[in-house]
Design a protein around this ligand. Structure first.
Ligand code: 13P
Length: 275
């Protein structure tokens, strides 16, 4: 089937206290690895592409491959721009076939974030594309966490009309130095105050039990990037070590790595589906 938007899968997931895994892919192998996981689990999946890949033709080429793969299956697949930086970038994503976008105004003031997001929602909805935005701030690297509040969520959701809302409840992007501790009470309060699907960024390294609790609170999209991409890189390193100087064609070299990605993504999909 053609690629779908978040609206075809997330509201239903939230209603059923489930989530859909969203994996950041960056090349053919990570894309195929994730696609096969979704097929093998018969589960919808969100394929997302980080904003940096829109700076050259990579995002466009991945879009073409993702659309082709989606066309081969009955499983709903969303193609999503992750952490969109500007209205121009959103427009480009929509033009090249993305069915969903994120506008990230999480480092602006709440009112500025609302203004930016409301404009982005207008563009996305006019073209039939779904849109996610973030309140509070889920940091990258050593950045500072800014936790989201229920009041912000109500105001932001009401004034922007966004389809999915990323909240900050103690996660961060990248590997954690110590085990993260999610503020589940906060997630619960936010979940009670808005009915739109919530999004959890920084899914790498969050223990399964905490992910499940967050899903109970209304988190319906869980983003995973670092762990999956690290698996790809370490996978190649271990193939190199195994094969030494022996020449192996690139496609065959990548195959066992792709299988590891499928296995990893399947396990995460199962956690999201609370199987
Ligand atoms: P991680 O890299 O921590 O898995 O976070 C992914 C993410 O939130 C992408 O937006």
């Amino acid at each position: 089937m053609p690629l779908v938007t978040l609206n075809e899968i997330l509201p239903k997931a939230r209603q059923n206290k489930r989530a859909v895994a969203a994996f950041n892919v960056a090349n053919l192998e990570t894309l195929l690895g994730v696609f096969k996981a979704a097929e093998q689990e018969s589960s919808p999946v969100i394929i997302q592409v980080y904003q940096r890949l829109f700076k050259d033709e990579r995002a466009e080429l991945i879009a073409a491959m993702a659309a082709r793969l989606a066309g081969k299956t009955d499983i709903p697949i969303v193609l999503h721009l992750d952490h969109g930086t500007s209205i121009e970038q959103l427009k480009r994503a929509i033009e090249i076939g993305y069915t969903s976008v994120m506008i990230d105004g999480s480092q602006l003031s709440l009112n500025e974030n609302i203004d930016l997001t409301a404009g982005a929602v207008d563009i996305a909805h006019r073209t039939g594309v779904s849109i996610e935005a973030e309140i509070g701030h889920v940091p990258f690297g050593d950045g500072k966490v800014e936790l989201s509040t229920p009041e912000e969520a109500v105001k932001f959701a009401g004034q922007t009309g966004v389809d999915a809302l990323a909240i900050s409840i103690g996660t961060a992007h990248g590997f954690y130095k110590e085990e993260p501790y999610l503020d589940i009470e906060r997630a619960m309060e936010i979940g009670k105050s808005v009915s739109i699907p919530l999004v959890l960024h920084g899914g790498t390294g969050v223990p399964e039990e905490q992910l499940k609790k967050a899903i109970e609170c209304g988190v319906a999209k869980i983003n995973i990037a670092t762990e999956l991409q690290n698996l790809f890189i370490r996978g190649i390193a271990s193939e190199l070590e195994k094969n030494g100087e022996k020449f192996i064609p690139v496609d065959l070299y990548f195959r066992p790595v792709e299988e590891k990605i499928t296995e990893y993504a399947r396990a995460k999909i199962r956690v999201c589906g609370i199987k």
